[in-house]
Design a protein around this ligand. Sequence first.
Ligand SMILES: [Zn+2]
Length: 150
Amino acid sequence: MDSVSNSRISWEEYALRIAEVAALRSEDVRKVGACALDYSNRVIGVAYNGLASGVNVDPSFWEDRDKRRPFMIHAEANLLSLFERNRCRLLACTLLPCSSCATLIAAHGIKKVVYKELYKRDQAALEIFKFYNIECLCVDNYNICHATTS
Ligand SMILES: [Zn+2]
């Protein structure tokens, strides 16, 4: 068998890898990226955490993480601002969404979320997704998404 034909990545991995590239654009030390696919698996949005577009701040703003935290817009919130409700089939995020973003995701009618890293400060999203019947998969080193390995 041709091993190349088995190397095609899943849509989950596709979206997650795009989210990882988006995260590189973040100005924060904690860089988070997110990507949304529609029901045809087309990318309908890519975002990262940061300040609202066009807002410029003094460099000292970035020195105190706790002080700037309330002003930072999470990658998922930025992402959801890019398309209408019920258009997104799959949301991929480099980090497990916080509880606030999890409720936004539920409100947006999204039914599947994949993430790479568990958010240690807030894991309520796992229960929120369960409550709203949103499938949530942790994709560690893309293992869960691969139909075949090796
Ligand atoms: Zn959040």
